[in-house]
Design a protein around this ligand. Structure first.
Ligand code: CU
Length: 153
């Protein structure tokens, strides 16, 4: 009788702890937004003339800038953005408007692929960063990788 009640009590405690763990883990992991390179892989070596680049995002919608959006007077949509690829730029601070040029390429049409062609041999740092309709950087939505281009011969 005594053994039974101790066992009952500890299994109830374990059950409650498990429920708390599951409830506590769910919101953070389900909603955390991130951006990343699908390819190439960080640290990869390339001898090919054309390197395929693909971006991916989780828990953050990627969308083309609306047609006719006015960069000066328009209000950017909340929680939506497009990709930007930076060559040897690193991540920009949050709240900065990503420049046109200066090593940055915008994908304002909502696309997520491009190519790096005939790059001279060397090490390249590639950054993917999400900006809103105004190209303004967002909290936590940036990733940088490094790849090496070799001569191939
Ligand atoms: Cu942009």
């Amino acid at each position: 009788m005594r053994i039974d009640s101790v066992w009952m009590r500890s299994s109830v405690v374990a059950g409650v702890a498990l429920v708390m763990l599951l409830v506590g883990a769910a919101p953070g992991s389900a909603q955390e937004a991130r951006v990343f390179f699908v390819s190439p892989a960080d640290g990869s070596q390339h001898s090919e003339d054309v390197i395929d680049i693909e971006f991916g995002a989780e828990n953050y919608p990627i969308s083309a800038i609306p047609e006719g959006f006015d960069q000066e007077t328009g209000t950017p949509r909340d929680g939506v953005g497009h990709y930007h690829l930076g060559y040897d730029t690193g991540c920009l601070d949050v709240g900065i408007i990503i420049p046109q040029g200066e090593g940055w390429q915008h994908f304002g049409d909502g696309s997520n692929t491009t190519t790096l062609e005939n790059a001279p041999a060397g090490t390249y740092e590639l950054t993917v960063q999400i900006g809103d309709d105004q190209h303004r950087t967002q909290e936590g939505l940036c990733a940088t990788i490094s790849i090496e281009v070799t001569d191939g011969q």
